[in-house]
Design a binder for this molecule. Structure first.
Ligand code: COS
Length: 380
């Protein structure tokens, strides 16, 4: 067992930390307030290789391991969780899905543009009536020979308006239930494809979340991913890895809030001394640090499992379940340590608290993670 990071890992982590501090921190409060997508910053993330970290170098990716990816995700999330969700979706749902299951032609045409940030991706599984119950897809893709006709609505889609390429899950044959589901690559601008209104959100307000409407959209057959009927497995496999990214995001939100609270406690004075000298505050910091370290071990273990080609459905679900809980607990405490200042925007912790909540919801709610975990531990 070796808990040491390699020099390369440290370099990647430090590069992400520098980027977050110099490029994302300025303006993060304003973007949150105005619900403004960090377009310029995302472009730079693409140029620096943060949008296709694990993808094959042959298609412009960084060819890095999952440990590198979660280290970078944590650093970006400490500062700006709206930017890190863009990074997470593009890396672990869209690029990974295409790299692993796409045809050489799909990789050439789509993946090579997504890894560099020239184009942005979105992953479209959720529907108004199919979020957790993912097999109940109402969106249909009817086979018309050399193409499919896509109809339906997708909800809460990250990068909804900013994306160029969308991986869309749809039902081709209802009788076959989940075995009749397919995944397709759909391009923005295709006839019949409309981006719906932007959601007004509690947190990650800089990311743009939209519903999408597909009205008789013609999708060429070569844009189906994998064999006929592979779509549900594709979604599940992809989300298993996505959950490691979101776990890293939650970890970063928690760690960012903790670092702010620790620094603040060393400066703020009450009753004649810095507040960190009061046990009431010091014990909070001790609890925060301990729970963050525990979550970090789960996140790293899940990333390691993935890198070692071991099954990571269970470890990824546990990492997401725990890290997202820690993100909620720690950010609430970070606001408390800041007292009145914690409740105002310029101290950042109130935003991190709002951002934390979504990590218990997207890419599988905490309740879904418990289904995955309990089924896994009970099966033998
Ligand atoms: N990898 C590969 N295949 C998987 C899988 C995984 N991680 N999880 C499930 N499957 C397969 C199953 O093996 C089964 O296929 P077979 O019939 O060929 O064996 C199929 O998918 C259906 O699985 P299951 O019967 O377990 O389906 P359920 O309806 O019970 O749902 C859960 C399973 C709840 C785990 C699934 O629906 C889920 O993850 N839901 C949440 C989706 C989500 O994250 N939504 C958020 C939107 S994305 S932001």
């Amino acid at each position: 067992m070796d808990f040491k990071l390699t020099e390369e890992h440290i370099m990647i982590r430090d590069a992400a930390r520098d980027f977050a501090r110099t490029e994302l921190l300025p303006g993060v409060i304003e973007r949150d307030e105005k619900q403004e997508f960090p377009a310029e910053q995302v472009k730079k993330m693409g140029e620096l290789g943060f949008l296709g970290m694990m993808a094959s170098p042959e298609y412009g990716g960084g060819g890095m391991d999952t440990i590198s990816y979660v280290l970078a995700m944590e650093e970006i999330s400490k500062i700006d969780a709206s930017a890190s969700v863009v990074m997470s979706v593009n890396n672990s749902l869209v690029c990974w899905g295409l790299d692993t299951y796409g045809s050489p032609e799909q990789k050439e045409k789509y993946l090579s543009k997504l890894t560099t940030g020239e184009k942005l991706g979105a992953f479209c599984l959720s529907e108004p009536e199919a979020g957790s119950d993912a097999t109940s897809q109402k969106t249909t893709a009817i086979d018309k020979g050399d193409h499919y006709i896509l109809n339906g609505t997708k909800n809460w889609i990250t990068n909804g308006n900013s994306a160029d390429f969308y991986l869309v899950i749809a039902q081709t044959d209802r009788e076959k239930k989940h075995k009749g589901i397919n995944a397709f690559i759909v391009e923005k601008g295709w006839e019949g494809f409309e981006v719906g209104p932007k959601e007004q959100k509690l947190g990650i307000r800089g990311s743009d979340t939209h519903s999408l409407n597909f009205n008789d959209v013609k999708v060429p057959k070569e844009n189906r991913i994998g064999e006929d009927g592979f779509g549900f497995k594709f979604a599940m496999k992809t989300l298993s890895g996505g959950r490691i990214g979101i776990a890293a995001q939650a970890l970063g939100i928690a760690a960012g809030a903790y670092e702010l609270a620790k620094d603040y406690s060393k400066q703020r004075k009450a009753f004649g001394t810095e507040i960190c000298n009061h046990q009431a505050i010091a014990f909070k910091l001790a609890d925060m640090h301990t729970s963050i370290e525990a979550a970090r071990h789960l996140v790293m273990k899940a990333a390691w499992d993935k890198d070692q080609k071991q099954n990571y459905d269970l470890s990824g679900a546990m990492a997401k379940l725990e890290a997202s809980k820690v993100a909620m607990d720690v950010t609430v405490e970070a606001v408390q340590v800041h007292g009145g200042n914690g409740y105002v925007k310029e101290y950042h912790v109130e935003r991190l608290m709002r951002d934390a909540k979504i990590t218990q919801i997207y890419e599988g709610t905490s309740e879904i993670q418990k289904i995955v975990i309990s089924r896994s531990i009970l099966k033998d």
